[in-house]
Design a protein around this ligand. Structure first.
Ligand code: ADP
Length: 549
């Protein structure tokens, strides 16, 4: 229901929207109407007063001022010009008071109308208050002077009305000024919020991410240009008007459209938070793969106000990653099969007693290089598979045994390079993991330690328990790693400067994969190293409990 305050605010808003002329007439009208009522009352009470010249002239001036309000083109004059009317309003009041005042007391209080007009105009408040004071004094004193009755006590006896009108003028001026200041502030805030809104709109239409804003009932409130394109991709071919439930939305890799509850929009409306979940929109070559995140947002009072969905088009990225993985996998297989056969035959040949020692030595070089090549191919193969198969099987293993086995198989290499490879183990270290994955990490760390060390140095494998961790450290006395390379060595295809300069072949994949696998198993892989002194790689895996595995 509309309250009185609402009505007043509405009327005030309408008043501000009016032209200068109408505003002037409406400001003048209350005085004229009141004077008319006074005339009507006098008609019944004391008709003689109506014909008194002062009364007639007073009413005529008041009407003339109303006429002026209506005919003067105020919009062509300066804004303050219209204030002449309320000032002149004191003249009819001065004329009417002595005659009619004997019958109706307090006519001077009608000065409140011009005072409100003057001090409520917002124009130079001090001046308008001073003018109000002066005009109301003149209104009460001039008639006394004209009648020759301007004695001190009669002048003082009239002073209450001007005092009261000044008090009204001051209050109205203060209220008007604070209202105007408030209005300026509101306008400033509005302008600022409009600028922000425009900035936001521009950002949303510039970014290459689809943004969809839903209210708390799930209705679309906003959709940027990119989101509109993505939406069109999910509309079934030939359809024009479609319901949300008819849009073609699939989980990536599935051809079965998602049920209503599993759809990203429905989930987001139900309050689900989503982080980079991948979906496919539409069918066939026009379909788009999108990564969707969703968050709900709350209003200033903390109430749930709606949901924002951000959709990135990852079609090209996914296609590129798939192409790279299948290329790597195909290439690795093509390499690996002939290599394994070469290696097998080279190792068989070494056992042939009819071969001369130099031929056996040549064969050993061939085998070593072929093994090297196979290790690189294995790394590439693992890199193309591991990222997409994060669920490693978990069985109970003894890390100490695995390390011993890895050391045994690296022994011939270490021997050939005259590097002393030793294992310092302290009993069983049970862990949960995938045997070949853990073995690959260990092989990698040991073969790196041998690869990046000079002949005649030492490589030490130490195994110990540290709280709930099984820890294996591989320490060498090799080239070491420069501080700026220390974090880079765990990034795919990144190799240290020292390794690149030494000419030792490699792919830069082994450590990245080793770290990924260690983290998948709940552990980690770290390195400390000093250039020219050596490196220590520390593999940390959670110890398995008594009953696990
Ligand atoms: P690759 O050995 O095939 O280059 P890795 O991922 O196994 O790839 O290693 C990445 C880089 O880390 C290496 O190129 C090398 O610069 C550095 N690195 C690894 N292990 C050692 C080590 N024991 N001593 C010195 N540098 C090492």
């Amino acid at each position: 229901m509309e309250t009185l305050l609402d009505v007043l605010v509405r009327v005030q808003n309408r008043f501000h929207a009016l032209g200068m002329r109408r505003k002037a007439v409406l400001s003048q009208l209350p005085l004229n109407v009141t004077l008319l009522l006074v005339a009507v009352v006098l008609l019944f009470v004391d008709p003689r007063t109506l014909s008194a010249p002062a009364f007639v002239v007073g009413q005529a001036i008041a009407l003339a001022l109303l006429g002026l309000c209506a005919v003067v083109p105020w919009h062509r004059l300066p804004a303050w010009a219209v204030l002449a009317i309320p000032l002149l309003d004191f003249a009819p009041l001065a004329l009417l008071r002595p005659g009619a005042g004997g019958v109706i007391s307090g006519l001077g209080l009608l000065g409140v109308f011009p005072v409100i007009w003057l001090s409520g105009s917002g124009y130079r408040p001090r001046l308008t208050v001073a003018l109000s004071a002066l005009a109301s004094l003149l209104m009460v004193w001039l008639p006394l002077l004209a009648l020759g009755a301007a004695e001190p006590h009669s002048l003082v006896s009239e002073i209450v009305v001007p005092f009261m009108l000044v008090a009204v003028a001051v209050s109205i001026a203060v209220l008007t000024m604070s209202g105007m200041a408030q209005q300026r502030r509101v306008e400033e805030l509005l302008a600022r919020s409009e600028t922000r809104q425009r900035l936001l709109d521009t950002i949303l239409d510039t970014v290459d991410v689809g943004v969809l804003l839903l209210d708390r009932d799930g209705k679309d409130v906003f959709m940027n240009t990119k989101q509109r394109q993505l939406y069109l991709a999910s509309v079934p071919p030939g359809a024009t008007e479609v319901d949300e439930s008819e849009l073609l939305v699939y989980r990536d890799g599935s051809d079965q459209p998602l049920g209503h509850e599993e759809r990203p929009v429905a989930r987001a409306v139900a309050g689900d938070t989503m982080t980079r979940e991948v979906f496919r929109l539409g069918r066939g070559p026009e379909s788009r793969t999108v990564s969707i995140s969703a968050r709900e947002f709350r209003d200033a009072a903390g109430e749930r106000a709606g949901t924002v969905l951000a959709c990135s088009d990852v079609t090209e990225v996914i296609a590129a990653v798939r192409a790279r993985d299948s290329f790597l996998a195909a290439m690795s297989h093509e390499f690996r099969t002939p290599l394994t056969s070469l290696l097998g035959y080279a190792e068989l040949l070494q056992d042939d007693p009819s071969l001369s020692p130099s031929a056996v030595s040549d064969l050993q070089v061939m085998s070593r290089n072929a093994r090297h090549l196979r290790k690189m191919v294995d790394d590439i193969l693992a890199a193309s598979v591991e990222g997409s198969a994060p669920d490693l099987p978990r069985v109970r293993l003894d890390l100490s045994r695995l390390v011993q086995q890895a050391a045994d198989s690296a022994a011939p290499d270490a021997e050939a390079r005259e590097i002393a490879l030793t294992v310092e183990a302290d009993g069983e270290l049970p862990i949960l993991g995938d045997r070949s994955a853990v073995a690959r990490i260990l092989d990698n760390l040991i073969s790196n330690a041998l690869k990046y060390s000079d002949e005649g140095t030492k490589v030490t494998l130490t195994l110990e328990r540290e709280g709930n961790w099984a820890v294996c450290s591989v320490a060498d006395e090799g080239f070491g790693i420069a501080p700026e390379d220390l974090t880079r060595v765990f990034t795919r295809f990144q190799r240290g400067d020292a390794a690149l300069r030494s000419g030792v072949p490699g792919t830069g994949l082994g450590l990245a994969l080793a770290q990924e696998v260690a983290e998948l198993l709940g552990g980690g892989l770290e390195v400390t190293s000093q250039l020219g002194v050596g490196s220590v790689f520390t593999l940390r895996l959670p110890l398995a409990g008594q009953n696990e595995g």
